[in-house]
Design a protein around this ligand. Sequence first.
Ligand code: PAF
Length: 293
Amino acid sequence: MRVTGSLSEFQELRQALNGRVGAVYTMGALHVGHLSLLSHAREENDAVVATLFVNPKQFARNEDLSRYPRTLESDLQKFERAGVDLVLTPSPEMMYPPGFQTRVDVKIVSQGLEGERRPDHFTGVVTVVAKLFNLTHPDRAYFGQKDAQQVVVIRQMARDLNFPVEIIVCPTVRETDGLAMSSRNVFLTPEQRQAAAVLYGALQAAGGAYDQGEHVPAHLIEAVQDVIAAEPLAEIDYIALNDPRTLSPIHQMTNLPVLLSLSVRFGATRLLDNCLLPLSLNNLIDLTRLLGV
Ligand code: PAF
């Protein structure tokens, strides 16, 4: 595995890779969710490139960039064990040198849900991902279902700007009690960590109700609310039903799949989770068909 912080060296090494290339972009603090992206990338491509860059442009002033977990050495070991061929670890100054002035904005799909709470977040994400696509030239790029809106926004940007890349969406990886793997989980106290399993329980309750024929949006949202309300440490931020392709809010159900998303606070930590309904669609092929490609 080759590791470099230099953009020009990375580009030379990238050019020397043969065959189909899969890419996994990370901000480090790798967990089992990232390992699953890497393992899909390894299985489906001739070579794998990864990037590790804590992108300052996707953090707002009130979101603590300096608190973001940084674990470079163990991340590099994990990349190596996952069979990555080439890693880029650029500095913020290299990615955004003095005089940098471009921003990539995706208008509609970045507005609701997380976009409403984090106004410039997706501009920061798609600006860096556009740069990373240009640097890494992947045939396939792997993203996690947990950040479903992020995937839809990136897919839109890739289509609009004609990046010849397939966006593959890998199912959320969960702890044994169902909590979605996330770098934010380290900020939970032991009590909050235990309580946070309620999110998965709530998604399952809605999924069960949906499978039994409950297709009234307000009733599905109530099913989620009821489960979360029983957990005193959880404070609901939003529960939403959207069309997975367009992210338009669902007011009336058809027989098309829907994306159920939730954001819930445990103290100062806001956790996200989501699932497609029906629950049988939460697999790589259907997630990629509906949120990616
Ligand atoms: O999902 C993430 O870790 C980041 O948003 C990404 C895609 C690496 C861009 O900085």
